[in-house]
Design a protein around this ligand. Sequence first.
Ligand code: PHE
Length: 468
Amino acid sequence: METPSTREHWGTRMGFILAAVGSAVGLGNIWRFPFQVSEQGGSSFLIIYLAFIIAIGLPAMLVEFTIGRRSKRNPINAFKKLGHGKWSFVGVICVITGFVILSYYSVVAGWTLQYTAGSITGGYFDDPAAYFGAISEGWVALGLHALFMAVVIGIVAMGIEKGIEICVKLLVPAIILLLLMLMFYGLTLDGAMEGVEYYLAPDLEVLSESWLEILPAAAGQAFFTLSLGMGAMITYSSYLAKDDDLVADSGWIVGLDTGIAVLVGLVIFPVLFAVGIDPGEGGPGSLFIGLGGAIAEAPGSNILGLVFFGTVLIAAVSSAISILEVVVSYVIDNFEVNRLPATLGVGSLIFLVGIPTAFSQTTLTFYDGVVADLLLPLGMALLVVFVGWFYTDARDELAKGLNIAPTSWFPNAWMWHVRTVILAAVVLALVLNAIGAYETFIELLTAGEAADVADHVHDTAIDLIEEP
Ligand code: PHE
C-alpha cells in the first residue's frame, strides 16, 4: 500500500496542466462534439455549450481540484480523508462511471486506429459507409478494442511521471499543431465557407425553439469534454505536490479544451460542406463516414487522412489514460498491489465490460447516453452538494496559491456560485435528461409492442394461407 510520502506526484506544474488538458481533449472534442452539434441544430448548440463551459464547467473543475489536492487520495478515499467517510459512495459512482466510459471509449478509439491505418492503404476511400459498417461491429472491432486497451495499459503501468507526464508533453502540442494545419487546409477548399456559416452564424430561431433539448445535451457534452463528474480531475489533482494557483490552472485547461473543440468544428464542417456531405444526424458513425468520405474526395487523401485520424488517436490515448488512472489509483491506494498488476487487472476488466459495445453500436450509443446524460451530471451534482455544504475547507484550498485570505471575496463568491448556479444547472440538466431518457424508453417499449403486433398479424396471415 502506498503511504502519502511514497505517493507519486507530477514532476512539474506544466506536466499537471498538460496531463489535465490531455485528459480533457479527446474523442469528446473530435468524435462526440461534431455529432452533437449536427444533432442539435448547428450554431445554437455551440452557443449554449460555450455558455455552459464558462458558467458551469470552469467553476465545477475547481470543485474537483479542491477535493483532490487537499485529500491527495483517489476519489473513493478522498471523502474519508476530508472527514466525511459516508460520502465515499460518490467515489464509488465515479469509479463505476470510469469503467463504463473507458469500456466503449476504447471501442471508438479502436475504429480510429483502423482509420489511421486505412488512410495509408486507402481502404475506406471507395465506400466509406460500407467500410465503417465492416469494421465498427464484430471481431475486427473487438481486436481493435483490445489493441487500444493494451497501449493505454502500457502507458499507465509506467506511472505518473515516467508514463503519463512524458506522454502528454509530446501528445498535447502535437494535437494542437496538427489541428491548426488541418484547419488551414480545410478553409482553403472551395465551398468551405458554407460550413463555417453553418457552424458559427447564430440561428436564434432554433435556439428559442429547442433550448429545452439543447441545454441538457450541452451540459452532458460539457462535462464529458472537460472530464468532469467522474473523479478524473480529483485523481490528477491528487498528485499535485505544491500549492499552485488552481484557478489559473483550470483556466488553462478549460481554455485549451474549448479552443480545441471550436477548432475541430472549423476543421470538420468546412471539409464536409466543401465536398457536399450533409453533416446530418449520423450519430457515432458520422465522423468516420462523413469525414472519412470527405477525406477520400479531397486532394491528398492519404496524408490528410493519416494526419487527421492520427491526431484523433493521440487525443484518445491521452484521455483514456486519465480514465484508467482513476480506477488504478483506487486499487493502488487500497490494496497491497503494485502499479503493474493493478493496471493489468483493471485494464483487462474494462476490456471485458466493453465487449458488448464492440458488437453493437446500439449498445455503444446506450452506454454513451447513460454516461453523458445521467452518470456525469449525477456525479457532479453530488460533488457540488458535498463541496457546497459539507466540505467547509474547500475555500481555504482554493485560496492557497492565490495569495489571498480564504475569507476574501473570491473564494466566497465561488462558493456562492457552486451552491446556487451550478447546483441549479446540474439538477436541471439531470431532470431534463432523465425525462428524455424516460421518453426514449417508452418509445422503445411501444415500438417493441408495435413490432410484436406486426409479427403476430404476419404469423396469423401465414397460418391462414397455409391452412385454408
Ligand atoms: N474528456 C474526454 C474527452 O473529451 C473524455 C473523458 C471523460 C475523460 C471523463 C475522462 C473522464 O474525450
